[in-house]
Design a protein around this ligand. Sequence first.
Ligand SMILES: Nc1ncnc2c1ncn2[C@@H]1O[C@H](COP(=O)(O)OP(=O)(O)OP(=O)(O)O)[C@@H](O)[C@H]1O
Length: 265
Amino acid sequence: MISLYIKEKRFESFELIDIPVEIKKGEATLLLGHNGAGKTTIIKSLFGLLNINGNVKLDDHKICFQLQGDVDLFKKNMAYIPDDISLLNYLTPMEYFDLVQSSFNQSENKEFLNQLIRIFELDKYLHIPIIQLSHGNQKKTQIVSQLCRKSEYVVFDEPTNGLDPDMIIILKRVLGKLKSQGVGILLSTHNLDFGQELFNRLIILRDGKIIINMNREEVEERFTGLSLEEVYRGANKEYYQYIEEIINDMDHSSSTENRNSKNYT
Ligand SMILES: Nc1ncnc2c1ncn2[C@@H]1O[C@H](COP(=O)(O)OP(=O)(O)OP(=O)(O)O)[C@@H](O)[C@H]1O
């Protein structure tokens, strides 16, 4: 299991306080929250990219990001697919996959890589510089380059951004399969349909605070028969009431009349 505990992380106008996040092998933890809720800050903290008051543990071992041995151990176990695409653009996808696989001692796992290439339909683009690929194919290259590492855990920030409907459906299926083979997944997404099928633990954030932290059984018991969208709306009830009042007061027709009367009188 990977666990992160943030006792406190403060920026000038934002703070995360008392945040526990766990990723268990064979399970998916789903992180939901509005823009600016703190999801990426949590993921960066997990990877030791931010100084936090808190800790990261791999099973019972507390990771010290200043120790090379701990960093190597952590990197070997964790794949990270960030929201933005950052690849070596002058390489071709195949050169990039070879580089990543050899860096993580996975060069002999060519069959697994070939399966991923076929699943994500990258066969046609393997020998074209990444910079010349469409955004979606760059995203797929990024996904395959991390999954081909065969790490024990995968952290995905906005996995569906830029993917077409086929690929979203297929990625969901692939993550389900990896989960069933023991891979632990952390998923941060705004795509509720994507998260709905996959999650074993649900964490919902609002303004840096956890408002829901439940396993799937607890969610199903408390919100029986509701979709994830309904659960999310229910957890953020006051916010949606406030927005609903504003929407109810909106009057597009009168503003148009005012504009017209200004123009023509
Ligand atoms: N380096 C930084 N310095 C100051 N504030 C920061 C810094 N990084 C993030 N923040 C602030 O922390 C808050 C949470 O940002 P974060 O990127 O974690 O949100 P998010 O939930 O990932 O949002 P989104 O869904 O828009 O990606 C925001 O208010 C952001 O402005």
